[in-house]
Every structure is written in structure tokens, then in C-alpha cells.
Design a protein around this ligand. Structure first.
Ligand SMILES: C[S@@+](CC[C@H](N)C(=O)[O-])C[C@H]1O[C@@H](n2cnc3c(N)ncnc32)[C@H](O)[C@@H]1O
Length: 399
């Protein structure tokens, strides 16, 4: 991609046209039928030598090419050099829920996404919705319009399942409650700020140590870094010992980050969108640090990115998980509240065939489990935490 005029390019669409993703060597294995047949199985469509990038609208596990990575660094410099104004920074951080309420007011019919990938990515959701699963409690945090809660319920066969879908935006909760799929027998949509303190530290109707699974999809990125600690503490408190956190969020280098223009940068990897909502982009070491090192006594210890090393080498799948678990055993202090079961980087090349655009997307996907300690008074969750899924793909592209 030597011809790409990286310097001075402010037009992301132009860059997305010029970008030349690296094709993997064609494997010696017999041709992968899943690449060609319909219905398509996600997670296995590799861009290999000889493939026409415009033949499909998405390719899995495509790493950004070096020229693009250099371009991204130039973009970050520019963003930093022209940060959000102090006036806007104060407005967006002082009352962040106001901007989400506006978002739900302004996008009224525009946010339903059918997340068919949820159970594939997080098999425990299939487990808790089985007819014989018994009493199970799922809490979705920052549930928005219920994009995870409703698909979970749509597949539910467990008469004893309860899904609590909470969001701090009243408007979002109104949207969920107004849905034709809202069924009070199985679901409760409530206003709750995951960073709440004192008597607001627990969601309405839920006691300490009462939840089997917490779902966090594109919510953690909406918090300011100084809010992470309170959020993690509250999640820890509401979960049963042995309970799971299912996490999906923006990864560093995602196109949403690279294409931010002037006047949006608030801090490293933290931006204000045009509509006033905030978004953070995570990397793997940092996520492992936040969730794996948090403890009731010390909160989240200070993160030293340099000491944590470079996590850009994304290795997906089983090997990755084994490494995570091995590392977990050796580096996590005994007092930590969670074990990190796995953190994967889900990289995808999204293609707009009509406009001839090639766009690198990057999401983080992880599972954390609340440690069971001798001091626990609540009964542990009976979840099968070894049930894992390899990072695959999704039909929709969260922005
Ligand atoms: C990007 S949206 C994602 C919504 C939903 N999880 C989804 O994937 O469609 C982020 C959501 O988090 C909610 N949110 C942000 N900060 C929150 C907080 N402190 N407590 C609870 N919800 C919060 C916002 O109101 C918004 O609905």
C-alpha cells in the first residue's frame, strides 16, 4: 500500500477505499466450505491469497495492515492536538445521562438489533435458558433498548428465568417497557446507574449476591475511566460467587476511534461523539488489569501500560484462552474479586461493496467470573464456567 497518501488524509471514506488489507497465505487444508455455503457459519471466513475482497461483506480475523496502523497513529496525534473544548468536556461529563436520554429520544425507532450471535458467543446464555436450568437471574447493565435482553428472552425455555435489564437512561427504560416483547413475568426493565453509591449501589429489586450472569455489551465504554472502579465493585456485589460477567465492547483501533475528527478527544482513547455521548476504546492488557486486579480492599491498582507490554498480537481461540488462564494463575493477587476466563480481540474487515470501502473493526470480548471465597455468605452460582466459544462474528455491526 505504498501509494496510500496517509499524511493529510482527513476523509475516512477515501482511506477506506485505498486501504489494502493483507491476504493470508492460502492454507493447504481442503477449501473451507463454510466460506462458500449458505447459511454462512460465522467466524471462519478468512481473507486468503487470491480472494476478491469484494466477494463478501465481511472477513474474519483480519489484522490491520502496517500502513493503516501508521495512519491511525497520525490520526490519534491529530485528535489529541485538537481536543474537545473545556466547555463541552464539562457538559458531557457533568451529566452524561442527559446525552443518552437525548439519544433515545432522537433515535426512537432506530435501535433494534437482532443479536443472533449472543448465544453463539456466550454459550452460558443457552445454558440458563434451557427448560430444566432452574431459577436463574440475568442482569443486563446499560441495556439500552434491550438489544441483548430481548433476544435472550426470545430463546428462553426456562420458566424460572428472570432477566433484569437496567439502564440509567429513563428514556431507554421507557423504550424497553413499551416493547411488544416486554413480558413482566420474565423481564424487569429498570433505571439504574451502574456507578451508583450507598443505597443505589444495587439495581432495583436485586439483592447482594443474587445474580448468575451479568451482560455488559457496549456499556463499559460509555463510562469515564474514573467510574470503572465503582462499576466493577457494584457488579461484584450483585453477582453470586461463581457468577459470570459477559463482556463485549470497543477495541483500540476500531474504525470508530480512528475516524474521530477534531474537537472530540477528551483523554487517551476517550472521546465525545457528536451527540454528546462518550466512548472509550479498550485494549486487552488494560481490560485484564481492570477486571483481574480489582479487589474490594484496593479497587483497581494503577495501570502501567508499558509494564503490561504490547497486546496487539491478537491470537484468537483456544491457545489464547489457555494463555489467559495460565497468566491469571501466576499474576492475579489472591484478594482479586474476579478471575479472567478469557479476553479475545475480535477483528473484522467490513466491506461496503457498493462504495468499495474496506473498514477495520475491532471489538473486545471477555468473560469474568466472581471468585468464590471462604467468606461468601451467598450461595454460589451453579453455572458451567468452562463453556467457551471462540471469538466469531456477528450479523450486525455495532458502531
Ligand atoms: C452504546 S449503548 C449500548 C446499549 C446496549 N447495551 C446495546 O448494546 O445496544 C450504552 C448504554 O449504556 C447506558 N449507560 C451509560 N452509562 C451508564 C451507567 N453509568 N449506568 C447504566 N447505564 C449506563 C446508556 O444509557 C446506553 O443505553
Amino acid at each position: 500500500m505504498a501509494a496510500l497518501p496517509l499524511e493529510g488524509h482527513d476523509d475516512y471514506a477515501k482511506v477506506a477505499q485505498l486501504v489494502q488489507p493483507v491476504h493470508m497465505p492460502r492454507s493447504d487444508a481442503p477449501p473451507n466450505p463454510m466460506k462458500r455455503i449458505d447459511p454462512f457459519m460465522f467466524g471462519s471466513r478468512y481473507l486468503e491469497e487470491g480472494d476478491d475482497v469484494f466477494a463478501y461483506n465481511a472477513w474474519d480475523h483480519v489484522e490491520a495492515d502496517p500502513e493503516y496502523l501508521a495512519y491511525a497513529e497520525v490520526q490519534y496525534e491529530r485528535q489529541r492536538d485538537a481536543p474537545v473544548s473545556d466547555f463541552d468536556k464539562k457538559r458531557f461529563n457533568a451529566d452524561p445521562v442527559k446525552w443518552w436520554n437525548l439519544f433515545y429520544k432522537n433515535n426512537e425507532s432506530n435501535f433494534f438489533k437482532n443479536r443472533k450471535w449472543l448465544q453463539q458467543e456466550f454459550p452460558v446464555l443457552a445454558e440458563v435458558t434451557k427448560p430444566e436450568a432452574g431459577r436463574k437471574v440475568v442482569l443486563e447493565v446499560g441495556a439500552g433498548a434491550g438489544n441483548s435482553a430481548f433476544p435472550i428472552l426470545a430463546n428462553n425455555e426456562n420458566p424460572l428465568l428472570k432477566v433484569h435489564a437496567c439502564d440509567y437512561s429513563k428514556k431507554a427504560v421507557e423504550v424497553m417497557r413499551a416493547s411488544e416483547h416486554y413480558d413482566e413475568k420474565f423481564m424487569s426493565a429498570d433505571v439504574w446507574d451502574v456507578t451508583g453509591e450507598g443505597e443505589n449501589a444495587l439495581p432495583p429489586g436485586l439483592e447482594e449476591g443474587s445474580v448468575d450472569v451479568v451482560v455488559m455489551v457496549f456499556i463499559f465504554s460509555a463510562l469515564a475511566p474514573e467510574e470503572w472502579e465503582r462499576a466493577v465493585a457494584n457488579i461484584h456485589r450483585v453477582l453470586k460467587p461463581g457468577g459470570l460477567v459477559l463482556f463485549r465492547d470497543y477495541g483500540r483501533g476500531d474504525l470508530a476511534q480512528v475516524r474521530f475528527k477534531k474537537g472530540r478527544w477528551m483523554d487517551d482513547n476517550f472521546y465525545a461523539r457528536g451527540d454528546g455521548t462518550r466512548v472509550y476504546f479498550f485494549d486487552k492488557n488494560q481490560l485484564r488489569h481492570i477486571w483481574g486486579k480489582w479487589s474490594l480492599e484496593h479497587g483497581i491498582p494503577e495501570f502501567n501500560a508499558a509494564a503490561a507490554g504490547d497486546d496487539d498480537a491478537a491470537v484468537a481461540g483456544e491457545q489464547q484462552r489457555e494463555e489467559d488462564q495460565q497468566e491469571q494463575k501466576t499474576t492475579i493477587p489472591v484478594a482479586a474479586g474476579f478471575d479472567v476466563l478469557n479476553i479475545s480481540i475480535d477483528r473484522r474487515l467490513i466491506v461496503n461493496r457498493r462504495e468499495k470501502l474496506k473498514m477495520y473493526r475491532c471489538w473486545m470480548q471477555a468473560r469474568f467470573v466472581k471468585r468464590i471465597t471462604g467468606a461468601d455468605s451467598s450461595s454460589p452460582s451453579s453455572l458451567e464456567t468452562s463453556a467457551t466459544a471462540t471469538p466469531t462474528s456477528e450479523t450486525e455491526v455495532p458502531n
